[in-house]
Design a protein around this ligand. Sequence first.
Ligand SMILES: Cc1ncc(COP(=O)(O)O)c(C=O)c1O
Length: 508
Amino acid sequence: MSAPTTTARLQDDGTGIDQARTPLADLLREEVAAAARWTVPGHMGGRCAPVEALDLLGTRVHAADLWPDQALFTDALLASEELAAQAWGADRAFLLTAGATSGNLAWIFATLQPGDTVVVDSACHVSVLTGLALRAGVRPVWIQRDIDAELGIPLPIDPAVLARVLREHPEARQVVVTSPTYSGTASPLATLADLTHAAGAVLYVDAAWAPHGRWVPGGALDPMAAGADGAVVSLHKTGAALSGAAVLQVGAGLGGHLRRQLVRTVEGLRSTSPLLPVLVSSDLARAAMATAGADGLRRAEELADDLRARCDRVPGVRVLRRDDAGTGPSLLADPMKLVLDVQGTGHTGFAVQRLLRAGGAIVEGADLQRLYLVLPAWVPPGRYPGDLSAQLAAHEALVRAFDAAVAIPPSRGAGLRLSPTVWAASRGRQVMAPAQARAAATVDVPLHEAAGRVAAEHAAPYPPGVPVWVPGEEITEAAVTIVRDVLAAGGEIHGPSDVTGATVAVLT
Ligand SMILES: Cc1ncc(COP(=O)(O)O)c(C=O)c1O
């Protein structure tokens, strides 16, 4: 399939492309009207679905999950992708139904070849690690992120560090960074793009957390405006789309060969039976966000301020704000991520998360000291604040659950903190490429005996999901300490096949 250009397919009358258009939703409206079908999926629009599935998921979900006319679908998908490209300032966009995960994998498979060196942000998501481990012969060089001594969250990438790494590795073909991070740290993307391009490499930004970034004033969360060659956003994270919805974006600078490779790879990796409700929800979410623009985000921020003010009044809970960050505005730059320091409650973040859940309030994530709440980036116009009573009632429910939680005596692991020094020492020497380590013979050893061995799998406390070791790297004492402390306090480590964390797979 050749890459159509936005202006060729969508008629721009000079006043701009109409972002209110929703080609996939229009197609679905036509298709659901058909009286009968004999196509996949076999639930036949819900007529042959288990009654429990209809009760729980609703008849509309089944009716919308259909296989449309192929030619009409291809046309509608391309038109919707062109609108998405225009909305996010990209040259080309792909709508994905398996999350930013599939965007990261497609990007790595398409743009890196065996023997390539790639500079990778240590705050990368597990999907990037998986891509690197599966792409044989690719050699990652890591940019280690320090954490803020006071707030304990990852600092932005220092351009001087990237410049040094690129000087030391003039063969590097690509730079992959995460911005914003899970905790909302933005890196100076325009400067990173300039440095990367000057070194003859391409810049890819995993912006999964900021589908709203395009409309945040100042451009700190807008990879395409910064000159990135590729980026991905998870439209389901703070946008209004269904789970799995993501947009892979291609910048104008990505050349012909790599671009063709990307088109082929995305086509190859996407299912031949995509979940239409997810694509339609992407179409509608894009239209909603792009037409509301900065106004929509302002309403979302007002709602966020209401929640911040309420959390501020809970004893022992501290709302982290951009102004608290001694290192400048790039920490906590994502307005849609609410980070609460709960050390003052005498509990770990993990314990408060569990207590809140018992009280009926569910938050996105927790670590030793903090809770992370995702806020909705799109607030319907004309409906604020009256019709948002349900959202405001949820704010009250959270505060009630908090009040009950902080009244409970201190919990196991309270007071444990991630030390910046231990963190800085956590990554070990890279002994071999991840793909080579992944294919090697392994043995499981107890966690306390893992230091000094070469890792076969990665391990990342989640959140923030930043690995403390990756396949092919020597495991350090500091990394073992971090894993032990997080597990002791009831947290999660992603990566090891032994999910209890008691043993670690290392090379024989
Ligand atoms: C930085 C980052 N990138 C990518 C992903 C994957 O996103 P998705 O769940 O849309 O596959 C995540 C998920 O949390 C993430 O934190």
